[in-house]
Design a protein around this ligand. Structure first.
Ligand SMILES: Cc1cc2nc3c(=O)[nH]c(=O)nc-3n(C[C@H](O)[C@H](O)[C@H](O)COP(=O)(O)OP(=O)(O)OC[C@H]3O[C@@H](n4cnc5c(N)ncnc54)[C@H](O)[C@@H]3O)c2cc1C
Length: 311
């Protein structure tokens, strides 16, 4: 089914990653007219395999996307367009969004499923291993990296938390704070468990075909390591929710209720960009809940309209 840009749809979903596609599926099955505007840069695109999502453990992110798109294609009222949304305005029942290509679309409800994105990586060599032997989430990739010589790179108090978590997958751990002093108590906790702490700044990460080989420190030491877990710097996939006045967390992610409702009527959020849990299963669940939440509000409004139109 095709829409002209001026035709109002029920819902515009901004972002077509796992959260946005899950909401699109629920809304398509509810016979809603849905337009998904997606710039198609899901956060896990750097990784070879996605893990931990039941029935899809170990598939590539592109296969996950392809299967989802194939299944959603069965619902003809859902349309996907590859576009970046740059502006949004309006009130509940009447929103307008503009894309980078100058197209304007209208909808009764908006769902932001824009994810979080990594800020540019400041460590030389990290990008080359990201998604291949350097990861951010042990639950996603710890199994594949188990028993390796793991470097935990984290500059804040998060170092202790991340190291304790990664210790479930290997005994061979070293912590690199890249020039930051860890509080004594934390350093003592790590060292008393046989985990060395390096506070010297890192000069670069050495690797071969995406496989980590060593951490090179600014003082010249070369520390052999074969995998990395690190704490990335993130920002929301889009600043539009906060521009529209939606309440946000410290991370910039939207504050939403269990049905994805934001603090602004008619605007919903789902997935990484409205959460503190960054996993496909959580994003899919949130998208599904938001889809149902949006449909509930549309049903309520249509119910009232039906009575009014007969009186
Ligand atoms: C290296 C790595 C490995 C990972 N491995 C796993 C794993 O194995 N298992 C797991 O469960 N999770 C994994 N994750 C986490 C997983 O990627 C996220 O939890 C998941 O992608 C979140 O889905 P989402 O739909 O919320 O956001 P995303 O998947 O990030 O999708 C957001 C979409 O919105 C689009 N978008 C943003 N702004 C706009 C705009 N203004 N206009 C139009 N479109 C826009 C983006 O381009 C993107 O397509 C991994 C993450 C990383 C970084």
């Amino acid at each position: 089914m095709s829409y002209s840009p001026n035709q109002q749809v029920d819902v515009i979903i901004i972002g077509g990653g796992p959260a946005g596609m899950s909401a699109a599926l629920v809304l398509g099955r509810a016979r809603r007219h849905v337009l998904v505007l997606d710039e198609a840069l899901p956060r896990h695109r750097v990784t070879r395999e996605s893990h931990g999502f039941l029935t899809r453990d170990g598939v590539s992110p592109s296969e996950l996307r392809q299967v989802a798109r194939q299944q959603i294609a069965a619902y003809p009222t859902v349309r996907f367009v590859q576009e970046t949304v740059v502006e949004a305005e309006g009130i509940d029942g009447k929103f307008e969004v503009k894309t980078q290509n100058g197209q304007v679309y209208h909808a009764r409800k908006l769902l932001f499923a824009v994810g979080m994105k990594d800020l540019p990586m400041e460590l030389e060599g990290l990008e080359a291993v990201y998604g291949k032997s350097a990861y951010v989430c042990p639950y996603c990739d710890g199994w594949e990296m188990q028993n390796r010589q793991i470097a935990v790179i984290a500059r804040s108090a998060f170092a202790l938390h991340l190291t304790r978590t990664v210790s479930g997958w290997t005994d061979d751990l070293m912590v690199f704070t890249h020039g930051e002093q860890l509080p004594d108590e934390q350093k003592q906790q790590l060292e008393s468990r046989g985990i060395p702490v390096f506070e010297t700044p890192i000069q670069r990460i050495e690797s071969e075909n995406g496989e980590t080989r060593a951490i090179v420190l600014e003082d010249g030491r070369v520390i052999e390591r074969t995998a990395i877990f690190f704490a990335p710097q993130l920002e929301p996939g889009s600043t539009l929710p906060s521009v529209l006045g939606c309440e946000t967390m410290d991370s910039g992610a939207m504050v939403v209720d269990e049905s994805g409702r934001s603090s602004i009527a008619g605007i919903f959020g789902a997935g990484d960009g409205a959460s503190q849990k960054y996993q496909v299963a959580a994003a899919v669940a949130a998208g599904s809940m938001a889809g149902a939440g949006i449909n509930t509000e549309l049903l309520e409004s249509d119910w009232e309209h039906r009575a009014a139109s007969l009186s």
